[in-house]
Design a protein. Structure first.
Length: 95
C-alpha cells in the first residue's frame, strides 16, 4: 500500500460505512481514527491491522454491534446501548 493521505483515508471510511449501512462513531466521528492511523501507521486498537477500514470491521459489527475500535456501529441503538463496563455480547451463529 502506498502513502495514504488524510483525505483518502477519510473518503474510504465514509464510503465503507455507506456501502455497508454502518454508522460512524456518533460521539467523535472519524477524524480521531484517521489521525491515529496516520500517526501510528496502523489501527490504534489493533496494531496488527494496517489499514482502515480493516477487513474485520464488517464481521465484528455483525457479531458485536461495533467494530473493535468503535469506529463503525451497527446503528445508533447499538451505540447508545453499549456499556464499556460490560463484556461485548456476541450474537451466536448457527444454532
Amino acid at each position: 500500500m502506498g502513502v495514504r493521505t488524510k483525505r483518502a483515508i477519510s473518503q474510504a471510511i465514509v464510503a465503507y460505512a455507506k456501502k455497508n449501512s454502518l454508522v460512524i462513531h456518533p460521539g467523535i466521528g472519524y477524524g480521531y481514527f484517521v489521525d491515529n492511523l496516520l500517526l501510528l501507521g496502523n489501527c490504534a486498537c489493533a496494531p496488527e491491522r494496517k489499514g482502515c477500514p480493516c477487513p474485520e470491521a464488517k464481521e465484528e459489527v455483525a457479531t458485536d454491534g461495533k467494530c473493535k475500535c468503535g469506529l463503525y456501529w451497527k446503528d445508533l441503538d447499538a451505540y447508545t446501548a453499549w456499556d464499556p463496563e460490560k463484556p461485548t455480547k456476541r450474537i451466536m451463529k448457527g444454532g
